[in-house]
Write a protein that binds this ligand. Structure first.
Ligand SMILES: *[C@@H]1O[C@H](CO)[C@@H](O)[C@H](O)[C@H]1NC(C)=O
Ligand SMILES: *[C@@H]1O[C@H](CO)[C@@H](O)[C@H](O)[C@H]1NC(C)=O
Ligand SMILES: *[C@@H]1O[C@H](CO)[C@@H](O)[C@H](O)[C@H]1NC(C)=O
Ligand SMILES: *[C@@H]1O[C@H](CO)[C@@H](O)[C@H](O)[C@H]1NC(C)=O
Ligand SMILES: *[C@@H]1O[C@H](CO)[C@@H](O)[C@H](O)[C@H]1NC(C)=O
Ligand SMILES: *[C@@H]1O[C@H](CO)[C@@H](O)[C@H](O)[C@H]1NC(C)=O
Ligand SMILES: *[C@@H]1O[C@H](CO)[C@@H](O)[C@H](O)[C@H]1NC(C)=O
Ligand SMILES: *[C@@H]1O[C@H](CO)[C@@H](O)[C@H](O)[C@H]1NC(C)=O
Ligand SMILES: *[C@@H]1O[C@H](CO)[C@@H](O)[C@H](O)[C@H]1NC(C)=O
Ligand SMILES: *[C@@H]1O[C@H](CO)[C@@H](O)[C@H](O)[C@H]1NC(C)=O
Length: 519
């Protein structure tokens, strides 16, 4: 019933806009003039990565200190802690794994770091139900000055395919000046795209050119994700001269040492370039690395999920603290990331309040339309003290409201249930029981069966995908219902310093639904 009501709403909205391309690209008008849901994945150039990739990459925590046991011990912990079954599938080996090229021009895996070779690592990961990611650079050398793949694209792609690699992170160091225009960067990255395709092995292709030459304008035709900023560092909002840009558009020098808030705000302008099969990559997660408070890490993780950024854990998994495991394991937040809409959120407003020690102090409202008609909202307080933040329905539904309609949009005549997506965060005791092995993922998943105040903290996406779980209203994906917004109402909440409130709004369906004919 609800589904068809939502569909009617969507139909009404499309009629309102009178165009096949609505503000919401989940729907099209087909040749019979009827509204049809676009199949997610239609935009993926190689059919892969319809929702953002999730996994782990060693760089943020270990840099060049890589080896077989680091990868396999991490992988085992990902399985034991239920992270694999939450969707963290790719184990990505970053820079510094090779020791040069052999006489025939093929890369050699460093025999000290990888005594059993790379195929062995891939097989071990596959046996654990994980996937293997590899790293190189579209340059003469990698960033760590190991041989790069420029000029060796096919040989390298063939070698990785023979090792049964599933993923490539492709960096931008030592690019021999082949950058500065979108065309130069496109051509350089496209050589590897075609080489990977020629191997016949499906490999997710993750571009890491830091947002140089506007990849959000061209990279979706040749890759599955593209970094949109210089490298992250483990700071909440500290400006750093080495990350000079505050906007993504026209940023000639992406640099590095970019804070969480710097990267988030760079996403505001380019969010429409996030799509199924190609994701704007905000860089690897810092959760667990010690540079931010618990509530700052919650902001970091919440927004990376909300914006459909790839979610690559960037810390040492076997020694994760219970608090950080609880952040990385919130299925209600991950469900935003893995939502089939594959879109980013829109920043509806941003104001500057009392600045903190880093000279900033913003509050902001971000909203995102989800695949099933729900709406996600994030109320962010990055200012220096607690504030009451107010989100009005007019702001949340700005786009349908400003779509040239003579009549108010249907959403404003509805009541919406409000679900708090952090309300079911795992407790320290639950998370430490998982870490010390006294409670496994399954035990935690079924730790309650109350329909009045459901408290389900764990989710197994291996047995039920997020898409199916959302369709079936799987309790773990919806947090806890904390209130209702009446038609044209306002949601107000006090939010502590450097914190976020994440909500999912679900229409109650209570309103007089307009049919297409009435328009
Ligand atoms: C899921 O919840 C929505 C909203 O309450 C409802 O309309 C829909 O029928 C439910 N779907 C299933 C499969 O229970
Ligand atoms: C158009 O969409 C409607 C509704 O989804 C569907 O029933 C119909 O078969 C579609 N027509 C064509 C030509 O694809
Ligand atoms: C592998 O790397 C990890 C992390 O850098 C290090 O702690 C460990 O000692 C290394 N092991 C071997 C066998 O080199
Ligand atoms: C170079 O490495 C490739 C791939 O591992 C291998 O097939 C080839 O035999 C090696 N060539 C030489 C000369 O060692
Ligand atoms: C190669 O490209 C074609 C055409 O885009 C696509 O259909 C195919 O799935 C790709 N194959 C691989 C292995 O990526
Ligand atoms: C939100 O509304 C409350 C009550 O009207 C008001 O006190 C508060 O200042 C508002 N918050 C902001 C950030 O404007
Ligand atoms: C495991 O963690 C739980 C919850 O904190 C605790 O009660 C239990 O004593 C721990 N067991 C071991 C063996 O450390
Ligand atoms: C883990 O779950 C399995 C089945 O889902 C169960 O048989 C096993 O006893 C559980 N182990 C622990 C330590 O809770
Ligand atoms: C998740 O489900 C899969 C497939 O049903 C199962 O093999 C796995 O053990 C489950 N994981 C957990 C943590 O319960
Ligand atoms: C949970 O409650 C439902 C409805 O009361 C019941 O059908 C189901 O068997 C219960 N599940 C468990 C695991 O207790």
């Amino acid at each position: 019933m609800m589904g068809s009501a939502l569909f009617t709403l969507a139909t009404a909205l499309i009629g309102l806009l009178g165009a096949a391309e609505a503000y919401n690209r989940r729907y099209i008008t087909n040749s019979s003039g009827e509204v049809e849901v676009v199949i997610p994945g239609a935009t993926s150039y190689n059919g892969l990565n319809l929702v953002p990739q999730m996994g782990w990459d060693n760089w943020n925590a270990f840099g060049c200190d890589v080896n077989e046991s680091l990868l396999l011990n991490t992988a085992q912990a990902m399985v034991n802690f239920g992270l694999r079954d939450l969707g963290y599938k790719y184990v990505v080996l970053d820079d510094c794994w090779s020791s040069g090229r052999n006489e025939s021009g093929y890369l050699i895996a460093n025999p000290v770091k990888f005594p059993n070779g790379m195929k062995h690592v891939a097989t071990a990961l596959h046996n654990m139900g994980l996937k293997f990611g590899m790293y190189s650079s579209a340059g003469k050398w990698t960033c760590g000055r190991f041989p790069g793949s420029l000029g060796y694209e096919q040989k390298d792609a063939d070698l990785w395919a023979s090792w049964e690699v599933d993923y490539l992170k492709y960096d931008n160091c030592f690019n021999q000046g082949q950058s500065g225009t979108p065309k130069l960067s496109f051509d350089r990255y496209n050589v590897m795209s075609e080489a990977l395709n020629k191997t016949g092995r499906p490999m997710v292709y993750s571009l890491c050119n830091w947002g140089n030459d506007d990849p959000y304008d061209w990279a979706y035709t040749i890759s599955n994700s593209g970094r949109m900023s210089g490298d992250i560092y483990d700071q909440f909002n500290r400006p750093d001269a080495r990350c000079p840009c505050t906007e993504s558009i026209g940023c000639a020098w992406p640099g590095f040492h970019c804070s969480v808030m710097n990267i988030l705000n760079k996403m505001a302008a380019i969010t429409s370039r996030t799509m199924s099969g190609y994701f704007n990559d905000m860089d690897m997660l810092e959760v667990g690395n010690g540079g931010q408070t618990d509530s700052e890490y919650v902001v970091h993780f919440s927004f990376w999920a909300l914006m459909s950024s790839p979610l690559l854990i960037g810390t040492h998994v076997p020694t994760l603290s219970p608090a950080n495991l609880a952040i990385l394991s919130n299925p209600a937040i991950i469900a935003l990331n893995q939502d089939p809409s594959a879109t980013g959120a829109v920043r509806k407003w941003q104001y500057f309040m009392d600045p903190d020690e880093n000279g900033q102090g913003e509050i902001a409202l971000w909203t995102r339309d989800l695949h099933n008609g729900d709406v996600a909202i994030a109320l962010l307080n990055a200012a220096n003290s607690a504030h009451t933040l107010n989100a009005t329905m007019d702001q949340i539904f700005l786009d349908p409201r400003t779509a040239g309609a003579y009549k108010e949009p249907v959403q404003l005549r509805q009541s919406w249930h409000v679900y708090d997506l952090w309300a079911n965060r795992m407790t320290e005791a639950e998370a430490s029981a998982i870490i010390n092995g006294t409670m496994n993922g399954t035990a935690a998943i079924t730790n309650t069966n109350s329909t009045i105040n459901p408290r389900v903290t764990r989710y197994n996406a291996t047995s039920l995908s997020y898409e199916e779980g959302l369709k079936n209203n799987a309790t773990a994906l919806f947090g806890v219902r904390v209130g209702t917004i009446e038609p044209a109402g306002t949601w107000s909440v006090e939010i502590p310093r450097h914190s976020v409130k994440m909500y999912r709004l679900r229409s109650t369906g209570v309103e007089t639904v307009r049919t297409r004919d009435e328009l």
